[in-house]
Each structure stands twice: as C-alpha cells, then as structure tokens.
Design a binder for this molecule. Structure first.
Ligand code: SF4
Length: 465
C-alpha cells in the first residue's frame, strides 16, 4: 500500500502505527495522498482511531477497512486519487473515501459505486463515524479507561450535546464569530451516535446546544452521513426527529425562529421532543433588532408564537433580552414590554447592554443609553417577566406531570426536580414533597399543588387520593 508506507516514515505516525494493540483489534489501512494539510488530516484520523482501540495494517490484505484520503487540487491529482480508490477496492473491497476529492462525491460514486462512504476535507468525525458504521470498535481494556460516552461534568442523568461550533450571523453586539469562526456543523451521524452513547450510559435528558441550533447543517449543505444503515441529512428537523426516537427528553437551545422551525413544533405536540424552545429574541422593537442585526428578525414573531401554541399548547418559550442597547428609545422599550406580555414568554433572563470590546455596536454612532436608565429599564422588564412567569406557572396547578429529579433533601423529605418546561441551571424547579424513596435521576409522576414566580410545588401522584 504505497501511501501507507509513505506516512509510516513519519515519526508520529510510526508511533501510532507501532503502538501495542490487542490481538482482536480491528485493522485499518490508510492511503494518504496530497499536500501536508491532507497528511495532518490523516494523522488526526489515525490518532483518533488508535485512541479508540483500532490498529493499522501496512498492507491491503491485512486491513479490515481501507481509508483513502484523496487530493483534488489538479486534474492529475484527481485522476491519481480515483486510481488509488480503484486499487483499494480491487485489493481490499471495503473503502472509505475522504479528503479534497470527497467534495465531488457524485463523481467518485460514478467511478467507484462500491465505496462505503465519502466525506470532504477536515471531516474527521465523518470519517471516524463511517469507520464505526462499517467496522465497529472492539471493547479494549487498555483504551477503555475513558467511558464510551466520554467524561462529563454534568450529573449522570442529563447531558449537553454540542452539534456545531461558530456562527454565520454577525449580531452587532457579539464577538463570538470573530473568536470561534463561521458555523461548522458536526456530521449528523456523529452527533446521533454520541447521543446514543449518552443514553446507553443512563442519560435521560439531552440538551442540544450550539451558537445557532436551527442553522445546523447549512455549512455542510445538509450533507448526508451513514447512520444505522441509512444516509441521513444534517438538518435541524432531521436531527430533532432522530433524537426524538431515542426515548429520552430532548431539549432544544439557541434556536432562531427561521421559517423551518415551524416544522419541529408538531414533533413537540406528539411528545417526541420536549415542548420547549430556547430562543434568544433579545428585543422586540424592529428598529432595535435591525441595529442589533439579529437573524430571523421578523415583525410577525408574535403571530408565529401564537400559531406554534395552537399546534402545541404546552410549548414553553425561554428567551433572553438586552435592555439599553444603543439607540433604544422609551418607545422601543415599551414595545418590548408589550410584546413580552402579548407572547407570554414563559422563562426569560435580561441583561443591561454592555459594550463588549470589538463589537460593532460600539461604532454605530447611536445614542448611548445612560447606565441609570438601563438599570431602571432592566428592573421594569424583570417585573413584567416575573408577572408573566407567575401567571404561566399558575396555569399548571392541578395537572399531573412527569418530572426528572436532580437532587433530594432528605432532611425535608423533598426532591428538587424539573418538568419538561425547565432546563437545568437557567429555569425554575418543581419542588416535590413526600419524596420518600425518590433518588436523583428518577423520572417521577407528580401532581402540581401550588406555584410561585419561578417554581412549581408538587407531590408524587401515587400519594394523591
Ligand atoms: S449573538 Fe448573533 S453573532 Fe453571536 S453567536 Fe448568537 S447569533 Fe451568532
């Protein structure tokens, strides 16, 4: 295998290739073509696979699967890549293609219909996901010191699932795109396999996070990846549908109200994902939203929220708002107060505007809102948010609901739990009395008996006559 020999000469690859492996470790062959950037991609792929217990074969015959990392820079490089794929297919048969030529998937599949998977350059996770699909890792006592689901800082029963990095928006108060770059979505198969591992490890609630969850897959042009024998698209709706099949709570954070968000509301009404949307609206005045350069800044958001609630009456909306943005007038601010009352936003946090160094909002030449006025508006907004939250929670009294227990307080015989309307850390709780026998991580049916501004109070439903 020519390129595998070639990269075996590199010191770091040598170390990876020659590390001791279990007898039964699945074996990967690698053909690496192209420039040094492609070589670094190959190194990363090998490093990840080695850490997962795979070993490597310098020959086609000894490999269970062959990865061909291609080059597509010049026509001659494309031809060489296609040749290398053909050679790997005829010598081994099980071939995964990645690298620059992977951007021309149709051409590759036309020339070599037998390839197992195709991904583009720098798509390490897609390559590793394809390897898992066609050659699952074998449990290995030496490398399994890290649990399959990874090390987590959250309690055992809930976990965050990051689906992308970066952001394509350019909100004028935010410097995240300049720090983290443009949107870079993970392949959907990799996200879903991670979610499966979490569920297998006992996670009962998955919180989907990113900078812009509803833009998921846009940067990949919704590329498909192989998941459980199917090719599925990296799309927000598909992600919601597939996560909804895992049988645990799925909560969507950082969703912008793009039109296609309407399509996931029925999934919430059917109970497949939680009836909860975390949408950082930030403001309601069209003038302020325009200067903030917010994505999906639609004037008719209140109408859409009303329609969402017609489809899914239990929908809870969480949001955040900025008060005192440069140029915000009293009229703008009152528009925000009216909008919050009208839309009945269930959960919200508010922040007085801070001029972050490097944010474009600082250079817009707009009137600065004095700190005192910002603080006064912040207080007024919090009052309205609290009023709305109190009313919304009072509507739940008398209902029987499922809650997930985060903690127990044995001295008071009560449990601190959350409903489908409460995300951990940021929303309220359901305080359950008579909690004998209830443990953290339990899913319990309770009857809501009282409410206040932020929390519900309940008792186990089997204790109610
Ligand atoms: S605030 Fe705007 S620019 Fe910043 S991460 Fe969110 S959507 Fe992207």
């Amino acid at each position: 295998m020519r390129a595998a020999r070639r990269i075996a000469e590199k010191g770091c690859i040598d170390a990876i290739m020659s590390a001791p492996t279990e007898q039964n470790a699945p074996k990967i062959g690698l053909v690496s073509l192209g420039c040094p950037k492609a070589l670094v991609d190959s190194e990363r792929i090998l490093t990840t696979l080695r850490a997962q217990g795979y070993s490597f074969s310098p020959s086609y015959e000894g490999a269970d699967v062959v990865i061909v990392n291609t080059c597509g820079f010049l026509d001659s490089a494309k031809a060489e890549s296609l040749d290398a794929i053909g050679e790997a297919i005829s010598e081994n048969g099980k071939v995964i293609v990645t690298g620059c030529l992977g951007n021309e998937e149709e051409m590759i599949r036309q020339a070599h219909p037998g390839v197992l998977a195709v991904s583009g350059p720098h798509q390490y996770e897609a390559v590793v996901g394809a390897v898992h699909e066609h050659l699952p890792p074998v449990p290995n006592a030496f490398v399994d010191l890290v649990p399959e689901q990874g090390l987590r800082l959250t309690p055992r029963h809930y976990a965050y699932l990051k689906i992308s990095e970066g952001c394509n928006n350019r909100c004028s108060f935010c410097i995240i795109p300049s720090i983290r770059g443009d949107l870079a979505s993970r392949p959907i198969a990799s996200v879903l396999y991670e979610a499966e591992r979490l569920v297998k490890a006992g996670v009962k609630e998955i919180m989907v996070i990113s900078q812009d969850t509803s833009a998921y897959g846009v940067d990949l042009k919704y590329a498909t990846s192989p998941y459980r024998g199917r090719q599925i698209e990296a799309r927000f709706q598909t992600l919601a549908e597939e996560l909804g099949n895992l049988g645990v709570w799925t909560r969507m954070h950082y969703v912008y109200p793009y039109p296609h968000v309407d399509n996931v509301i029925p999934l919430m009404a059917e109970g497949r994902i939680l009836p909860y949307l975390d949408i950082p609206f930030q403001h309601a005045s069209p003038q302020v939203l325009k200067t903030m350069r917010r994505p999906a800044n639609q004037e008719k958001t209140a109408d859409r929220i009303r329609k969402w609630r017609e489809v899914c009456p239990d929908l809870a909306i969480r949001s955040t708002f900025i008060v005192g943005f440069p140029g915000e007038t009293e009229e703008d601010f009152e528009m925000l107060l009216d909008w919050v009352r009208e839309t009945r936003i269930d959960r919200a946090g508010a922040f007085p505007y801070e001029p972050v160094t490097g944010a474009r909002a600082n250079d817009l030449g707009l009137d600065i809102v004095p700190d005192e006025l910002k603080a006064e508006r912040y207080g007024r907004l919090m009052e309205v948010l609290q009023e709305v939250s109190t009313e919304r929670l009072a509507e739940k009294v008398g209902r029987t609901i499922d809650v997930l227990v985060d903690d127990v307080e044995p001295e008071d015989n009560r449990a601190i739990a959350r409903s489908q309307w409460d995300a951990p850390e940021i929303d309220g709780n359901v305080i359950v009395d008579d909690a004998t026998g209830i443990k953290p991580g339990d899913m319990v049916s309770v009857k809501v008996v009282a409410s206040d501004e932020y929390d519900l109070y309940a008792v186990p439903s089997d204790a109610v006559q």
